[in-house]
Design a protein around this ligand. Structure first.
Ligand SMILES: [Ca+2]
Length: 482
């Protein structure tokens, strides 16, 4: 196993853009490329049939993947929603932004655990230059449709470079996926009345599903913008809870589920199918508008699949990966990523290179030949998109989640080559896995290969220092016996 010297790996981890003279312009300046980023919420690595689901049927996305580049080692920059979304819009590690948990928890860390998580940033700071602001500055019309979850109203999409926005709000999911999308949601002290802004409940839309509605709004934007270059951040609320598939589709899945299948939830499967139909509608719209050959499309997820229960039923499994949303095991962070760069990505191409959400902003800017100012943790994936056999000049990725979730205690992790190390803060436990031979992270090699574990841990410690990562503190009121 090859290890880059520590200093080199750190400098590469914070490497910014490739120089713009490397940018390949697929089209003439007269026809600038449009950009669509489709972000699915909580879709696991095996959520799509083209990524191995044994239940969900996603033919439109699978066909789209077949004419694009598919990444098999793509990661969300975090194991939960908000930090990954911050990384997508800024090109930075969530830990550098100090956005490592969702808004509702950021200022009120749990006090009843062995460690007290840090108080962290709860709004995406206006001082950050988002990808929308960069593209708007380059003459793009910009739209955000769907889930936002990057802060309160003073930090909504309108304040972060988006000309048009629909459906975004403070909350991480709707009370219901059915019109008019409002009602009480959540448990205990987190139970609140939730609503999707901008919905006229007097309209005759009974039975309308939010995934369809978001697409309607996005297609309207594309129609209005098609004379000008546009950037659409299509941020579906699906397939997050509440698990509400269309009943007629869910019924169909219920009939074909068999014991032993990894995926067992008919409504969750139906949500994937409806997502797929809607991605199909977007692709069809681009064809009809005559802009399919000049629109970059990127599809990915913000974290791994949720392995908890909803309505008394387990939502999903990320097998063969370990664990799910919240955890820094592969099941919590490895996600599908499909990139279509017209005229450049080769049909059926696959990249096995480890990449992450924060790479998308530098990638888009690089493709469009736009300069980016400031410091970025992500790097442009254009070399990979041009040649699936190529490698990035980067060997290391980091994650930091100093909070609790149903699947984890506070933890950081590092992937370097095929090695993955997790450092758990409650007991300073190290876990080392060789992803090449053990993708399920079943055999902890930390004790048998201490030199590798120590070396990776040192890189992780140095990285946390470099990005000024917030850390949990011991809880003085914690009693181990309780
Ligand atoms: Ca999510």
């Amino acid at each position: 196993m090859k290890f880059l010297p520590f200093l080199l790996s750190l400098s590469l981890a914070t490497f910014g853009l490739t120089p713009s003279n490397n940018v390949c312009h697929a089209k003439t300046d007269a026809e600038p490329l449009n950009v669509i980023v489709i972000l699915v919420d909580d879709m696991g690595w095996t959520g799509l049939s083209g990524y191995g689901s044994d239940l969900h049927r996603t033919p439109n996305i699978d066909q789209f993947a077949e004419r694009s580049m598919k990444f098999t080692n793509a990661y969300a920059s975090a194991s939960i929603c908000t930090p990954t979304r911050a990384a997508l819009l800024t090109g930075k590690y969530p830990a550098r932004l100090d956005m490592t948990i969702w808004h509702e928890m950021a200022k009120r860390p749990q006090q009843n655990k062995k460690l007290i998580p840090p108080v962290v940033e709860n709004n995406l700071p206006h001082s950050e230059t988002t990808i929308a602001e960069t593209l708007k500055g380059a003459g793009y019309k910009t739209a955000h449709v769907g889930k936002w979850h990057l802060g309160e109203a003073s930090h909504y999409p309108e304040t972060q470079g988006f000309d048009f926005t629909f459906g975004g709000c403070f909350w991480g999911c709707p009370a219901t996926f059915y019109f008019p999308y409002r009602g009480m949601y959540g448990g205990g002290s987190n139970r609140h009345y939730r609503y999707i802004p901008g919905i006229d409940s007097t309209e005759d839309r009974e039975g309308e599903h939010l995934t369809d509605r978001l697409t309607d709004e996005a297609l309207g934007f594309i129609e209005r913008a098609s004379e000008d270059p546009f950037f659409l951040y299509m941020s579906y609320y699906t397939v997050h809870t509440p698990i509400e598939g269309k009943p007629e589709i869910a019924d169909r899945y219920a009939e074909i589920i068999e014991p032993g299948m990894d995926h067992q939830n008919a409504h969750f499967a139906a949500m994937h199918e409806t997502l797929d139909e809607n991605v199909g509608r977007i692709l069809e719209k681009l064809e009809n508008e005559g802009i399919a050959d000049r629109t970059i499309i990127i599809l990915t997820s913000d974290n791994g699949g949720f392995i908890g229960s909803s309505e008394g039923q387990v939502v999903t499994s990320n097998a063969p990966l370990r664990s799910g949303k919240g955890s820094l095991y592969e099941g919590g962070v490895r996600v599908p990523l499909i990139v279509y760069w017209p005229g450049v990505t080769q049909a059926g191409s696959v990249s096995k290179e480890p990449v992450a959400t924060m790479d998308l902003y530098p990638t888009i800017a690089s493709i469009l030949g736009l300069s980016m100012e400031g410091q970025f943790d992500g790097m442009s994936l254009t070399p990979l998109l041009k040649d699936p056999r190529s490698k990035l000049d980067r060997d290391t990725l980091f994650w930091h989640y100093p909070h609790y979730y149903g699947t984890t205690t506070p933890v950081s992790s590092i992937r370097q080559g095929n090695w993955k190390l997790l450092e758990y803060f409650e007991d300073n436990r190290l876990e080392l896995y060789d992803l090449n031979s053990d993708i399920g992270e079943t055999k902890n090699l930390a004790d048998s290969m201490p030199h590798i574990a120590k070396k990776l841990q040192q890189s992780l410690v140095d990285w946390r220092k470099q990005v000024n990562a917030s850390m949990p503190k011991p809880n003085p009121n914690w009693q181990a016996e309780r």
